[in-house]
Each structure stands twice: as C-alpha cells, then as structure tokens.
Design a binder for this molecule. Structure first.
Ligand SMILES: [Zn+2]
Ligand SMILES: [Zn+2]
Length: 134
C-alpha cells in the first residue's frame, strides 16, 4: 500500500485549526483571547498562544494577567477587563447593550501585549484617570 494514498486528515485538521486560531493582523491580545474563548477556556492557552506567536519576548505575561485576576483566559474578562463601552455607548458600559459580536479590534502594533482601546480595566483609579496597564 502506498502511503501517499492515505489522506492526511490529521494534517489537514491541524492546518484548519491553525487558520482558525491565528491572530488576525494587528489584533490585540484581548480581542484575540475573547474571540478564542468560543472554543472554550483551558488555563491561559489562548493568551499564551498569542504571546508565543506575536510577542514571544513578553515572558512576564502570565504574571501580569494573574495580577489582574486572570488566572485563565475567561478570568481575564471576568476579573480584569471589560469592553470599553465608551466607544459605542457614551452613557457608559451596559451589559445588555453590548454588541455581539464586539466591534472589531482597534489594533495594536505587532509585538505588543497591550489591549486595544476596545477594552478597559474593571478596576479604575480614584478620579477615573486613564491608567496604563503594562
Ligand atoms: Zn477560565
Ligand atoms: Zn483589540
């Protein structure tokens, strides 16, 4: 039997899943992770995947996310960040008015693990001054 005849299903699936799980050009860490949570949460696999592909030098990423309560991908959003509704709702954040899907990523430069303007921290300093996260 010729090995060439055997369809490489595993390889094709891997290719397909690679395409599905690749960050879009300019997409930020949080938009990517949020998008990938559709496939489920399993630790920080999506945040790590983004880091490995886009910002391999960001070795402190896990610690920085943990400091925001993000010990797994879904906790980044449960504890750390919420969609910045100011972008589409001047009245402020309101879960019921959250567009689904969210607006497209506002883009970050390559190699950055900063969230784009679509996200804001759940914790705000007194006076609401804009805070730079990392
Ligand atoms: Zn989780
Ligand atoms: Zn984004």
């Amino acid at each position: 039997m010729d090995d060439q005849q055997v369809p490489d299903i595993e390889g094709q699936l891997r290719l397909l899943s690679d395409q599905l799980t690749l960050p879009k050009p300019g997409e930020c860490l949080l938009c990517y992770t949020y998008r990938m949570l559709e496939f489920g949460c399993n630790g920080l696999i999506w945040a790590r995947h983004y880091r490995d592909l886009m910002a391999p030098r960001a070795t402190g990423l896990e610690a920085r996310l943990a400091a925001k309560g993000g010990y797994c991908d879904c906790e980044i959003f449960a504890n750390g960040y919420e969609p910045n509704a100011d972008l589409w709702d001047p009245g402020g954040y309101c879960a019921e008015h959250q567009p689904d899907p969210l607006p497209p990523c506002q883009q970050v430069r390559r190699g950055s693990t900063q969230p784009c303007r679509l996200w804001r921290p759940r914790w705000r300093p007194p006076g609401g001054r804009v805070y730079r996260w990392w």
